[in-house]
Design a protein around this ligand. Sequence first.
Ligand SMILES: Cc1ncc(COP(=O)(O)O)c(C=O)c1O
Length: 394
Amino acid sequence: MPSTAEREAAVFMMSAGRLPVTLVRGEGSYVWDDADNVYLDFVAGIASDSLGHCHPAVVDAIKSQGETLLHVSNYFYTLPQLELADAVLGASGMKRIFFCNSGAEATEGAIKIGRKWGQTRKEGAFEIITMEQSFHGRTLASVSATGTPRFSEPFRPVEGFRHVPFNDVDAVRAAVGPQTAAILVEPLQGEGGVNVADPGYLRALRAICDEHNLLLMLDEVQTGIGRTGKMFAWQHEDVQPDVMALAKGLGSGVPIGAIVANARGDILEPGDHGTTFGGQPFTCAVANATVRTILEQNIPQQVAQKGETLMNSLRALQDRHPVINEVRGQGLLVAVQFSEEIGPALVAACRERGMLCNVVKPNVLRLVPPLTVSDEELQEAVDIIAAALDSVSS
Ligand SMILES: Cc1ncc(COP(=O)(O)O)c(C=O)c1O
């Protein structure tokens, strides 16, 4: 009998690699493989399983909506969509929302809004300023916005975006011209290395947008829904964007995204945008259960504390493991940067010791556990990383 890896290799478009483990079930912060080995899950579906695996609120919503109505299309009114809209708009203080199915679709929609803003409010301006090392998704527009050229190179030409260094306000100022319509930025770059915005950075971008009549569009696909210790990362600085893209943690494991706009960014008109599956009752009911649980249980506040605990415990490893250059992050979006490219070996050593994690660069380990992770589980992760470091550095 061929292995899962061999069967896949014969039939799948091999557009990305996999870690060598076949996962079959999960509970809380743990997952099990097909040989019944258990792993502490610090990948969490790439920062998507916000409430962990099989959280009762999520399971209940799946069961009850699954027995009621899955999908009917946006030709019709449905209630779970409206309830989720109320929850997200209430938490953000923003005005309108559009539901889609993924992060790339959410940023794609934001890009369309940015383009329309330029065309209708800035005499045909079309260019969107985005940041080097950013990641915005894999559709053609979102990959063009992405400031990591290797993702877009095979699909050239990619047009309409100007990339400037992250955290460099002067570079943004210098890039703004008559052709500029909007700025699209992650409040904390996840895939690009877990790069935290400097204090005042978002505020400065907001001021540039106001001064030059641009839209400020935040990609909160990875940072949103409590991940950084606030419901939305912009709330750390109280800098509301005109447009915000959400996905990942919004559905705690079901595929859903959203484009959210304040009054300024609310410019889509009938016929401008659409989707077959986006906003369907099933995913919206699960996301609604997710968002309401996160808000009711004050999870963002707990995430802020847990993030500090995790980062402090990791920093405490530095004396014994000088290969650790830096520990950085916000909330439970944390990176450990090494002076050598030991990341892939460390990920394998952690896996052998019962923990899943991944690298965003060969020398940068990313830790994104479920937001519901316990203090004991955080300590277990730190102990595993310490043991794994012993094994890879010896
Ligand atoms: C900031 C950001 N934007 C967009 C995306 C794309 O999301 P998706 O993979 O759901 O299309 C990601 C995915 O990692 C992301 O981190």
